[in-house]
Design a protein around this ligand. Structure first.
Ligand code: ADP
Length: 468
């Protein structure tokens, strides 16, 4: 669809603010490496690079039956995972509702409820034989900020996502859960505390034999990868250092470049940040993840509606398009998936309350362009994070050239954006190619990490038993 030159000129001007040249991609990746280095050497840097005390990566030969408990998503989930030792597994699960009263009451009541849910699962759902001698091992996926000091120990720093249970902040969450199991005389032992990104890495490693990076591109974004413990100099004389080997790090890369010195902020991004619940924090995440892409696009669309003369929807908006976070990233997916202008219009009619006759073909083309512009920049920035990790782990060089070996570089991803956004992976790969060259990019394998919070937690529990 050909737009009138005057409109096209305005869009080109805006697009130039979103475009990431090869030089800019290199600059961002270089900064990523610098922040990685800072986070490895000391605490309290923007990139937390949290040591997980997980010191092994599965290869698919692991066997056993484990329980997993997943708290922090929409529901509480209890799973039983059987690892078959041939890269496959069977998973049985049950979801449980967590009431507002439990989320905001006494922590002991919340943790009692977690134990009751596991008890219900074991009696009604599971087909495990509960033996009297050996306790069942459980991995806890706990998606809240935690300061971990062992594979089975971590202090809750603060609640997020609507949770506010009293007397939990500052305490070891594994201890709180184990006390609840013990109060109910459940023969279950929580042996591992698992971050969902680490779970993604472990689950992909199990399914494919190896994994260089686990990454989440969903509501938020984060990554985990393994380093040699001697590179983790901030651990000082922690006993883990003497043991040597590898340790998986939870990078918390959503906070990359909170200073915004290198991130390509536009006025639309500044507005998203200013009006967010955490201004100046999670800067990188705000360019990339599902929570924000729709909101950036909404700001961009409204600026076109409001320009004089108006460039979009004849200067009209709708209550949904006017409301904060009213334009879900899933609509962007649907719009980029549309084959015709008619289909784009349909998405706008169904989700944003526009009348069909109020949307011109120019409008449909402009909305599609806006989605593509914002999503492509996000995917390119995601590519910087992946490429920086490849360089950090010695598998690639900034600017190109082969790594030391001809290995397949496996990346396990999870989250709706990675799974559903059209062209997400292609765009990530384009950026990787521009940063580390074609040869290395051709050896990157990006695949979904299946059920990181279930299987990943089981694998972490197994790893904990091995390490004990
Ligand atoms: P979480 O990260 O919270 O575990 P998801 O991975 O499902 O959950 O991510 C949810 C985010 O993904 C939301 O911000 C939502 O806007 C976005 N999203 C949901 N469906 C799609 C889709 N089809 N395409 C792109 N983004 C989507």
């Amino acid at each position: 669809h050909q737009l009138p030159p005057a409109k096209q000129a305005v869009l080109d001007q805006i697009a130039s603010g979103f475009k990431l040249s090869q030089t800019k991609l290199h600059e961002i990746t270089q900064r990523f490496l610098e922040e990685y280095a800072l986070g490895l050497s000391a605490y309290n840097h923007p990139l937390a690079m949290i040591p997980t005390y997980v010191t092994g990566v599965p290869d698919g030969s692991e066997t056993g039956t484990f329980l997993a408990l997943d708290l922090g998503g929409t529901n509480l989930r209890v799973c039983e995972i059987q690892l078959h030792g041939d890269k496959t597994f069977t998973l049985r699960q049950q979801k449980y509702k967590v009431s507002e009263a439990l989320k905001t009451g006494e922590a002991s009541a919340l943790f009692d409820y977690l134990a009751d849910s596991v008890d219900h699962f074991l009696t009604e759902i599971s087909d495990s034989q509960i033996s009297n001698e050996e306790a069942l091992s459980l991995g806890l996926t706990f998606s809240f900020p935690v300061e971990q000091s062992a594979i089975d120990k971590g202090i809750l720093l603060t609640w997020t996502k609507g949770f506010a249970a009293r007397n939990a902040v500052g305490k070891d969450v594994v201890g709180l859960l184990q006390d609840a199991f013990d109060r109910k005389h459940l023969h279950v032992k929580c042996v591992a505390l698992v971050n969902d990104t680490v779970g993604a890495m472990l689950s992909r490693a199990y399914a494919s034999g190896d994994c260089m990076l686990g990454a989440i591109f969903g509501t938020g974004t984060n990554g985990a990868f393994a380093v040699k413990v001697e590179e983790l100099t901030k651990l000082g004389n922690d006993p883990a250092v003497a043991k040597g080997g590898l340790m998986i790090l939870n990078t918390e890369w959503g906070a990359f470049n909170n200073s915004r010195s290198v991130l390509p902020s536009t006025p639309f991004d500044q507005k998203v940040d200013r009006e967010s619940i955490n201004p100046t924090f999670q800067a990188f995440e705000k360019f990339i993840s599902g929570l924000y892409l729709g909101e950036i696009t909404r700001n961009l669309l409204l600026s076109l509606v409001d320009s004089v003369p108006s460039l979009l929807f004849s200067g009209l908006s709708t209550p949904t398009l006017n409301s904060h976070y009213g334009f879900d990233t899933a609509y962007m997916s649907a719009i980029e998936n549309a084959k015709t202008a008619q289909e784009v219009k349909q998405v706008l009619v169904e989700n944003l309350g526009f009348k069909l006759e109020a949307i011109s073909d120019d409008d449909a083309a402009i909305v599609r362009w806006a989605c593509e512009t914002v999503a492509t920049r996000g995917a390119y920035l995601s590519g910087c994070a992946v490429a920086a990790t490849m360089i950090q782990t010695g598998h690639a060089q900034l600017g190109g050239g082969s790594g030391p070996e001809e290995k397949i570089l496996k990346v396990g991803v999870d989250g709706s954006l990675a799974e559903h956004y059209p062209g997400f992976q292609d765009r990530v790969r384009q950026a990787i190619r521009l940063i580390v060259g074609e040869e290395v990019e051709s050896r990157v394998e990006i695949a979904m990490a299946k059920d990181g919070s279930g299987v990943g937690a089981a694998l972490c529990a197994l790893q904990a038993l091995k390490q004990a």
